[in-house]
Design a protein around this ligand. Structure first.
Ligand SMILES: [Zn+2]
Length: 225
């Protein structure tokens, strides 16, 4: 494997490879003390801070409907929508030997994506198509979905998300022959700012044999037909 796929333990230093097995350029910027406090402590702190935001914008938290919101948001941040920041939540990748000698591309398409724009903290919603050509290892199909979900559950930009999924698949499957296509709508574009809900964003990661025009054409034929 190339350096790009080596794995070490830190994800905060821009010059190193991350515990996610992805190069630092692809890594989510994390504080060194990111995991110094427990998830329970984080939820308590987020609830207090979110309550303050709600009060600053003028909401009356004595209202029945609003009272539990700070705790709900804190729980959602830690346990759901940002749970992909914690390497402990990374899906274990069950691999099998490619005993059936399948040597063409495998495509898992239309994987549901929910992520969150790191600039506005509003949803990114879309579909992810991934493909690989086995180097001898085969991954359980649902693991492809879980890897997409794991990297989606972070504050993201779509470009980094795409590269993180591609690099992780490449590391897990021990092959450069990996492709990722992400098609997504960003709520920060759809519902505010230019308020354009017709536009969408496509990003791609083509590694190894997927850089060849014929392989890209074949992949697009399966994904977009
Ligand atoms: Zn945004």
């Amino acid at each position: 494997m190339k350096d790009i796929h080596q794995a070490i333990d830190c994800c905060s230093d821009d010059t190193t490879i991350t515990g996610e097995g992805i190069v630092a350029d692809y890594a989510t910027s994390m504080r060194e003390d990111a995991f110094a406090v427990s998830n329970e402590e984080k939820k308590v702190r987020i609830a207090l801070l979110f309550k303050e935001i709600m009060e600053v914008i003028g909401l009356d938290l004595s209202d029945d409907s609003l009272r539990g919101t700070p705790e709900r948001v804190a729980k959602m941040y830690i346990e759901e929508i940002f749970s992909g920041l914690d390497p402990a939540n990374k899906p274990a990748s069950t691999l099998f030997s490619n005993t059936y000698a399948y040597n063409q591309m495998l495509i898992e398409k239309n994987i549901t994506l929910y992520s969150y724009c790191e600039h506005h903290f509003v949803p990114i919603m879309g579909r992810v198509h991934v493909a690989y050509i086995s180097s001898g290892k085969v991954i359980g199909l649902s693991k492809l979905n879980r890897i997409v979900q794991y990297f989606g559950r972070r504050p993201q930009v779509q470009e980094r998300l795409t590269n993180q999924i591609g690099a992780e698949l490449s590391a897990v499957l021990d092959t450069d022959d990996v492709a990722v296509i992400v098609e997504a709508k960003h709520l920060c574009v759809c519902s505010r700012g230019v308020a354009d809900d017709a536009s969408s964003t496509t990003t791609v990661y083509y590694g190894g044999r997927f850089r060849a025009a014929d392989k890209i054409a074949e992949l697009h034929n399966y994904v977009f037909r």
